[in-house]
Design a protein around this ligand. Sequence first.
Ligand SMILES: Nc1ncnc2c1ncn2[C@@H]1O[C@H](COP(=O)(O)OP(=O)(O)OP(=O)(O)O)[C@@H](O)[C@H]1O
Length: 738
Amino acid sequence: MAMEPPPRPSSSLFDVFLRLRPSNSTNVRFLNVEETQAASPTHITIRPPTTDDRVRKRAVEKFAFTRVFEEEAQQLELFTGAGVVPLIEGVLGAKGRDGRDGLLATLGVTGSGKSHTILGTKAQRGLTQMSLDVLFQSTGDQLVQSFYGAPAFSSLAAVDVSEARMFTATAFLDSMYADNQSERFPSRAQTPMPVSDGSISPTKSSPSRHPIASENLYPILQSSFSRPSAGIHSIRPVTGTLSSISRSNPNASLPAKKDCSSFISSATTRSKNIPRPSALPQNPSVHDIEIPADPTCEYAIVISMYEVYNDRIFDLLTGAATKNKNPNLKRRALLFKSTEQSPDKKVVAGLTKLICGSFEEAMMVLETGLMERKVAGTGSNAVSSRSHGFFCVEVKKRDAKRKGPWSSSTLTIVDLAGSERARNAKTAGATLAEAGKINESLMYLGQCMQMQSDNQDGSKNIVPFRQCKLTELLFSNSFPSTTRQHAHYHHPQKSIMIVTADPKGDFNATSQILRYSALAREVTVPRIPSTTSTILCGTASSTSSKYHSTTSSGRSTPSHIIEELEAANAENSRLTSEIEVFALRLTEETARRKAAEMSWRAAEDHMQDIEQEIRDECFLELEAAVDAERRRWQAAWDAEADNNETHLDKKIDVVIKATRAQCMSEKKPTKFRIHEDPEPGLKDRAEELELENEVLRTKLEALERESQAKSASPVKKMRALKAKKWEDPETTLRIDDY
Ligand SMILES: Nc1ncnc2c1ncn2[C@@H]1O[C@H](COP(=O)(O)OP(=O)(O)OP(=O)(O)O)[C@@H](O)[C@H]1O
């Protein structure tokens, strides 16, 4: 009995669809679609190939998807059946409402048909081309004129929050492909005009909605998403006007482009090859898919392209590698970060963004970006997508009358690189490292999807999407914004994942991808007994009544041995199943632990940042307070000194005045000499003189004593000596006269 597909939980990151590709392998088919009464199948079973000893004993597994597209499903069936139309509807936004971001991605083993699905082939369009066609078809006449100098151009450039370099697609394509255009992105591109004979001559003209129409004359480049086996083929000139390039017109007779010869050109007069919309596939047509745009609004469509290679982001619209034809050209990696204008949401900063005025322009931009991806990649890129390619279509919308602010929503289409086993891919050196990075990023993607499916039971595990650039780019927009800075609620993006698989391809790699992608829909994997035990059980039941079984060799086996064998096999299969479950749980637990560690580390970093911020703030505050106090103290000190000086001056004035008054009253000349302390030299001199005086006095006394002893009585002599008054030499030095 088939499992019921689980209801889509509100927290689900993706709607997951499975697309099987027609296989030309001679391997045994291991994947089968379950029959169903419903309109379309939703379940598949994978049965390990018995020819492979390594997987033979593995359990049969059963997976559910939103829908399974079988081998015969065509591109249009996928476009309409996998919910791409509602996704575009969401991006355009309902009347009076903002649009909602949409993500469309393909995931699968290398060679399983991801690029085929998303980018198509020479004969068939992919989901990208069809989506673009529907978008331009819907916005139609409501697209704004966005040539350089037009008010819309500057307003569009002004609202961009991602530090982008914005140009018109016309100018970009002109700089990429036209001759004698050494200057990058001239102010206004040349707009060629059709001439009477159906050919086209480049002339300058006023702004046109379809300026690239005439560039049909340029040689064309082999469709850049063709398989490598086709390689880059020769080119041929094609004449015709834009009117002859039917835009998904179902009635238009399309040139058959079954082989590369249709791309042959003899024209080599142009220095650059230009991808030409008319040479690209017109089928399947999406003419009858109508999504009404808001009639009160005007729209603008802005395209950017980048790739994630070795966990680094590179712009695909710089044209650097294509122009220089140098795959080894050093490219500048871009950052996925918050910008000044987008502080609460990370964006790829510094991308080239092109405003496209028509579907044809958009197609040429896509081709140019894909060519850049091919040239810029390593040699191995030519045989397989070795990078994760991102194609972003921003739909800008504003009120046509009021010309208010532009609102923006983005449709992101992702062509993921294929997972592969290094052993199988025979990779080595740089390519091996590259494969390692791809597998690592896909492993993280798997962990995110698995974690998301675990959350369906109501638990709130953190989806560890910050582990690598790929998952950050895919998931950071998938959760409601937690900041309150948004004026209004912004819906998380709606996402569609198309898993591609080859039913006869690599069992291990395919089952691994199916396991984690199907788990995103909370698929329980029933532990079906292994093939061997099933066979044995079958044998046992058919022989149980006879007590003996007969082997193919014709020899009979005793029943107790069969029973033991059965029991051993049953046990074996039970243990194998348990191991698988444990291995799965271990992976989940490891992912959880890593996520917890990451958030713990992030919290620790955050704490350190906060601590540092607080320290800095405190230091600054303290410094300011000390500075203020010092200034206050200095001011008080200065004021005090001023007061003292003033006070002293006043005192001196008073003394001078008083002395003057006294001199006046005594009628003495009023000549003042301010007393100053004697110079240190004078003081020494005074001391010297004093000593000299002392010596002289002693001598004098001796002499007097001598003379008195000779002439008078001793009593008289003593009296005479006592009456002699000593004059202080200092007094004579200090005071001059008044
Ligand atoms: N549904 C399909 N119908 C017909 N051909 C298909 C289908 N899917 C894939 N193919 C063919 O299989 C080949 C490999 O497909 P594709 O390049 O899309 O693989 P991929 O998954 O993108 O590989 P990689 O990861 O290496 O880039 C191509 O030739 C493609 O045309």
